[in-house]
Design a protein around this ligand. Structure first.
Ligand SMILES: NC(=O)c1ccc[n+]([C@@H]2O[C@H](COP(=O)([O-])OP(=O)(O)OC[C@H]3O[C@@H](n4cnc5c(N)ncnc54)[C@H](OP(=O)(O)O)[C@@H]3O)[C@@H](O)[C@H]2O)c1
Length: 225
């Protein structure tokens, strides 16, 4: 099987594998003093839906899944909302031994710390220990000071994204824009909740393309870092 080859459109044209595209990001080096650096990763249809029939899986393609897995090799911890853990039946975050070895070569623990955002505690990740918390400036500071966590990948869902963005706790957004239209229905967009006090400005960092799917990386202005 040939590896997925991504076309880089921005900043400069090129051709890379997902491993090449998502290696050496050194996200922890970007952390502000008081908390870890936080990047969110989401996939959406062109009409902005973050789920089809209650799941994200049908939206993304093979390249999206590989990039999603590779991003997990770049962070100290992965944060997921309890609604997503329940909907998506989450298991061990980095299953592939090669990816765990790559994490170790990059100076990270073989498995990222698994964090579940929940008020009720009604969620569990299979085959991996996890910590349940209410993410806010205080709990993120504790993760930094007491556990040395310098980078977090937030995998949503939309409710968690809404509360994290509202609190100014997200520094970047990785968005896969899948070449699909989901149509009407009740599925959320990538952010939901009471609304942000003001619209946040984003700056484009990079764009990759694979079979009409766009992989966008944005820096978020006014995120507190
Ligand atoms: N397209 C994508 O990339 C993507 C990614 C993830 C999920 N999804 C989809 O999104 C849907 C789930 O949406 P959702 O909005 O329910 O997901 P969610 O944000 O994962 O879950 C919401 C739940 O997470 C907990 N939570 C969120 N923010 C919290 C905070 N600041 N403090 C404490 N707890 C917090 C609460 O759990 P408790 O109820 O336990 O208190 C809340 O009920 C599913 O269909 C899933 O497939 C799509």
């Amino acid at each position: 099987m040939f590896p997925v080859q991504l076309k880089r459109i921005h900043p400069e044209p090129g051709s890379l594998t997902p491993v090449e595209a998502m290696s050496g990001l050194k996200l922890g080096d970007l952390a502000p003093p008081e908390r870890p650096y936080v990047v969110a990763n989401m996939v959406a249809t062109v009409d902005g839906r973050a789920a089809i029939d209650g799941k994200a899986g049908p939206i993304g393609d093979e390249a999206d899944r590989e990039l999603f897995q590779e991003l997990r090799t770049q962070v100290d911890a992965v944060l997921v909302g309890a609604g997503t853990v329940r909907a998506e039946n989450y298991g061990r975050l980095v299953k592939d031994p090669e990816r765990r070895a790559r994490r170790e070569r990059a100076g990270l623990a073989p498995d990222p710390l698994a964090l579940i955002a929940s008020h009720t505690g009604r969620a569990e990740i299979r085959d991996q220990e996890s910590i349940v918390l209410e993410p806010n400036p205080d709990t993120l500071r504790e993760l930094r000071e007491q556990r040395g966590i310098r980078s977090i990948l937030c995998e949503g869902g939309p409710t968690l994204n809404g509360s994290m963005l509202e609190a100014g706790l997200v520094d970047e957004l990785f968005l896969s824009l899948a070449p699909k239209l989901a149509g009407g229905g009740v599925e959320p967009g990538i952010v939901r909740g009471p609304g942000l006090p003001k619209a946040l400005d984003l700056a484009l960092v990079s764009v990759y393309e694979h079979e009409s799917c766009l992989f966008l990386r944005y820096r978020i202005s006014g995120s507190g870092s």
